[in-house]
Design a protein around this ligand. Structure first.
Ligand code: PLP
Length: 341
């Protein structure tokens, strides 16, 4: 398969239209067959439920080329499961999990020329999403829905090495107890836009959200979960019902325990104890791990001993091992890597 003539290593994280996308429609209480199509636009009523009441959920995963030259995706079964959970919470029909995986395969296969070659650091980002499409004016769930997956090539997240970032403790909330923080709903991102624009204006890279009930516990950032490393090399991640269960974070916890022999803990993490950790990182599909060098709490700085120049040593090992597994350099746990023909 000839690859597209793209400068892979210098790609950013922006939308580039690719050849094929998958579309399935839910009408009269059932999903249709679904198919690959060319049209990247969507025609819908001005009163579509998604436009009025934000009834939409999404996923994000990547396809890439391994060292052996195979095209693969990482744990798509977990994206299928998480989208199903998101749909249930939003009164949307579940898109069958086997069909989700099949649709991912179809989209990657049809856009193989856009899957970046091994070693470029670039990947083909996949965006599955679902939304209420029929007109709804009195507040209620839609009756008809559309599920789509498009693909867009994205560049290496870290150009020239992963530099630690600086984050701030945010005074706004992105999720509430018993709210929707644990699902991947567009509305959670809408909630975080003002906070992230403000953080950037103030010179910070990201926001740290605290639990909205007591403002004493660490939750997550707008789009990534926290991992902390204690001074005695334990890997700690916050436990909360209002954070999004990151597939990257869950995978890193397995890597920490089974590959690196580290002790792992998923538990409530009080903001007061953050100053005592040795390393801090943010995990998500896009970057795998972004190291955090500094946290600004209303002018008071917490500086991690790992500093602002490079990732901490344990974070680095976690990063190298998981990316090694993803790229086929290290043997993966059973079922983690799905090869696309
Ligand atoms: C998507 C997302 C993450 C990261 O999840 P991954 O499955 O690792 O990509 C973390 N937090 C939020 C709020 C998210 O939406």
């Amino acid at each position: 398969m000839d690859k597209k003539n793209i400068d892979w290593s210098n790609l950013g994280f922006g939308y580039i239209k690719t050849d094929k996308r998958y579309v399935a429609n839910y009408t009269n209480g059932a999903w249709d067959e679904g198919a690959l199509i060319d049209d990247d636009t969507i025609n819908m009523s001005e009163c579509a439920c998604v436009l009025q009441y934000a009834q939409t959920v999404f996923e994000g995963l990547k396809a890439y080329t391994t060292e052996k030259g195979e095209t693969v995706v990482f744990r798509p079964d977990l994206n299928a499961e998480r989208l199903a959970n998101s749909a249930r919470r939003m009164e949307m029909p579940v898109f069958p999990e086997e069909k989700f995986i099949d649709a991912v395969e179809q989209v990657v296969s049809a856009n193989k020329a856009y899957v970046p070659p091994y070693g470029t650091g670039a990947t083909l980002y996949l965006r599955p999403f679902m939304f209420g499409i029929n007109p709804v004016i009195g507040v209620k769930p839609a009756d008809d829905f559309q599920f789509r997956i498009f693909a867009t090539p994205v560049g290496p997240y870290f150009k020239g090495g992963a530099k630690p970032i600086t984050i701030k403790v945010c005074d706004l909330d992105r999720a509430a107890p018993h709210g929707t923080g644990y699902i991947k709903a567009g509305l959670n991102y809408a909630m975080s836009l003002h906070a992230i624009v403000t953080a950037h204006k103030e010179g910070f890279d990201e926001n740290m959200y605290l639990d909205s009930a007591t403002r004493t516990k660490v939750e997550e950032t707008g789009g990534a979960n926290f991992l902390f490393i204690t001074k005695d090399n334990k890997v700690v991640t916050p436990k909360s019902d209002s954070i999004l269960p990151s597939i990257t974070r869950r995978s890193l916890m397995v890597v920490a325990k089974d590959y690196l022999g580290l002790e792992v803990e998923e538990r409530e993490v009080y903001f007061d104890e953050v100053k005592d950790f040795a390393e801090c990182g943010l995990c998500g599909t896009a970057a795998v791990i972004s190291p955090v060098g500094k946290i600004n709490d209303h002018g008071k700085e917490i500086c991690f001993p790992s500093g602002m120049e490079k990732m901490g040593p344990v974070t680095q090992k976690l990063y190298d091992t998981l990316t090694g597994i993803q790229m086929g350099r290290i043997e993966a746990p059973k079922g983690w890597i799905k090869v696309i023909d």
